[in-house]
Design a protein around this ligand. Sequence first.
Ligand code: PHE
Length: 459
Amino acid sequence: MSQPIPNTPERQSIHGQWSSRWTFILAATGAAVGLGNIWKFPYLTGEHGGSAFVLVYMLCVAALGIPMMMAEVMLGRRGRQSPVNTMQTLAEETGGSQWWQIIGWSGTVAGVLILSYYSVIGGWTIAYVFKSAGGLFHGATAEGAQQLFEDFVSSPWIVFFWHSFFMVMTMVVVARGVKSGLEKAVQFLMPALFVLLLMVMGYSMTTGYFSKSLAFLFTPDFSRLSGTSMLTAMGQAFFSLSLGMGTIMIYGSYVPKGTSIAGTSCAIAGADTAVALIAGMAIFPIVFANGMEPGAGPSLIFQTLPVAFGQMTGGLVFGVLFFVLLLVAAWTSSISLIEPAVTLLIERFAMTRAAASFWCGVLTWLLGLGTIFSFNIWSGTTLFNMTFFGLLDFLTSNLMLPLGGILIAVFAGWIMTQDSSQSELNITNPRGYKAWILLIRFIAPIAVLIVLLHAVGFL
Ligand code: PHE
């Protein structure tokens, strides 16, 4: 399998290595598949009118997502350290400026910030598992479900409890390390996720609205395509594949030598897209069967679906399964969000993994309080018209991720020599490498810059 690749420094990661290419695919798919697939993708598709959005999304994954993912895995595997130190080493190696470390710093900080609110929503999800199991949605009206949600998020102590619980779940896995923590968790959780997803979809097929949902998702209707939906699709592809912030880079640093970067990146992007599409196929039949609005927005999952579950036969069981599914997806993404920070502390301060995980966990947990309070005692406190939670989401998804993405594309395409990237990627087909370098040098930075300018209101 592994052939010696010329011009490739042989570094070893002090944090360990995936046992096989398969576990890397599982772990990176676990990082990518998250709330973005099951919560954000369906509601964005609903808001942007369905199929045309889905088509643009898939094009963005293929033309932008896969080359960017290959770049991140490549940098990670070549540097074999935390994103900050990887970028430092690679900048030294290429004679580039030390400023390139900013890619690592921005990603590491973004990971902590995203996890701080991700964990709060992860906590909501656990609470919703219990609410569904307790039959709380039975016979609920739309107003009832909305009231239930609002009462829940406005009780800081209850949310605080579930947020803390979710943080502990995440840090326990991270503290155990690459092989006995991350790898063990995804080996069990990812198959469970797929089974749950298929079960919920199987249930949706019995509602009688499955073909209507397929038409909504897949019959192209370009009249509904606007500039904004195209940019939203591009941004979502980026967020969903976890690009631009070093999580794919750190996971790439544990990849065994000789693994095909192009092949694994295609597999991960394909699996992530498949989960988003299946989630759509699972959710829309339930929405249509109950005469609900597909464009309900972010509340689709926590306010709309519970009403549907409360009305349908078998809704209790499938409601529980659905929220467990959401929880698993959020959990495997969370462990990837904090890994860049944990590895940085281990490398820079010679901490043990347990201590580094503890301190990163405490910091993120404290920051999470800001998100909890955004829905109650601080809901009136805003900056630039956004709550603390809104600001974090905007700062990370709309600014830090695209900015990180542009810098990664420029570094991989322009700063690293083509000899190095070619030997590291080791693509046998010369046309394949040409296509990659074209996409990473020109298309990706320009496309992501447009998304960034759109996000800050310039376009
Ligand atoms: N990709 C994850 C999702 O779809 C979110 C995420 C973003 C995770 C960035 C890690 C890094 O929910």
